[in-house]
Design a protein around this ligand. Structure first.
Ligand code: ATP
Length: 344
């Protein structure tokens, strides 16, 4: 949050910065608010009445099939594309009418990050810092810090041409953060990243959100979004078709995978208990340990975690040798597939 953010009660003494009281009383900065956004390219309605709210202090996933309008929406939020109609507020500013103020508070990481190949990684970041009018001393310190954060310190003075795709992607992330933005917009940020860098990205986005920033991230890799997102917005054909808030607490009906040492014992009990199930053909574990069941487990629909806990308790009480019970897929993936199913 900027140091000059207004307090709700200016007459109260200001708590010392960084204290628990400061954190508790600090007003939440505005995040992103979009209402009725439309943008056409010729006859193609890329956005056709999209709505979205992304809270400050949270990571929001932007999910949708190819061509559903995610990039178009992010470009509008980044102040790089003018919508036909609709209301947009990014960190409290309209990127159309108040473009400079909105962009000063917004970090943008496109899905494909072009660099000037003859500039070094450090020079690329310095150029963007200067464009955002970050003073030189601040920029120098921040660039060093960001290069370390994205593990590019050893490439700091190498021309960007030598960077691999994943390294360029990480430089793109550093670039998006160079002016210490309040809002971060990331289009497919994990593409091209190796597993370690994906974990680092997830941890970094969590830290940025915990600092009070608004993080909006699009990706096709739903399992990855599941691990990092607090909320989700689903787009289809340029429209918002669903929103999920607080994914960790999502309690809807979900499919769980159950596995026992003896599959016949498990299915016999499920039959007796009147619980519908189907074989989990996708999960044949090939587990060669003695007593392990090479045929995998079953899939059962349960009502949230409470339903899964009750099912496990009853199975164990009935003497079924259950060895694992876990969601068959993440919340986002299941919500997405259910949504697609409905739209068929
Ligand atoms: N500059 C453009 N000119 C013409 N059509 C465009 C342009 N940009 C986007 N579109 C069209 O708008 C629609 C939405 O595209 P957009 O790139 O926003 O989707 P997306 O959800 O980001 O897709 P993907 O997941 O494949 O990246 C698509 O039908 C696309 O062809």
């Amino acid at each position: 949050m900027p140091a000059d953010a207004p307090r709700e009660h200016p007459d109260e003494p200001a708590p010392s910065p960084g204290s628990a009281a400061a954190v508790a009383t600090a007003p939440r900065p505005p995040g992103i608010e979009v209402t009725g956004l439309r943008r056409a390219f010729g006859t193609v309605k890329a956005l056709d009445g999209a709505d979205l709210v992304a809270r400050a202090g949270a990571v929001t996933a932007l999910v949708g099939p190819n061509g559903s309008g995610k990039t178009t929406l992010l470009l509008v939020l980044a102040g790089l594309l003018v919508p036909d109609t609709g209301q947009v507020r990014v960190a409290g500013h309209d990127p159309v009418t108040d473009n400079a103020a909105a962009r000063a508070r917004t970090g943008w990481m496109p899905d494909a990050f072009g660099t000037w190949d003859s500039l070094t990684a450090r020079e690329v970041l310095a150029t963007f810092a200067a464009a955002y009018r970050v003073d030189r001393a601040t920029a120098t310190a921040r660039i060093d810090e960001l290069l370390a954060t994205v593990h590019l310190t050893e490439y700091a003075d190498q021309p960007a041409a030598v960077l691999s795709r994943g390294q360029k992607q990480r430089l793109g992330l550093a670039r998006a953060l160079v002016h210490d933005p309040q809002v971060l917009l990331l289009d497919e940020p994990a593409s091209g990243l190796d597993p370690r860098s994906r974990v680092d990205l997830r941890l970094l986005l969590r830290r940025l959100a915990d600092e009070g920033r608004t993080v909006l991230v699009s990706s096709h890799v739903l399992s990855e979004l599941d691990e990092m997102a607090d909320d989700a917005v689903f787009l289809s054909r340029g429209r918002t078709v669903a929103g999920l808030s607080d994914l960790d607490a999502a309690t809807g009906r979900r499919t769980w995978h159950l596995r026992a040492l003896s599959l016949p014992a498990l299915t016999a009990w499920l039959d007796t208990a009147g619980v519908a199930y189907q074989p989990d053909d996708a999960a044949r574990p090939g587990d060669a340990r003695p007593g392990a069941d090479p045929a995998g487990g079953v899939l059962v629909d349960v009502d949230g975690e409470a339903g899964a806990a009750a099912l496990l308790r009853d199975a164990v009480a009935a003497g079924v040798p259950v060895v694992s019970s876990a969601p068959a897929a993440g919340v986002l993936e299941q919500a997405y597939l259910a949504m697609e199913e409905e739209r068929r």
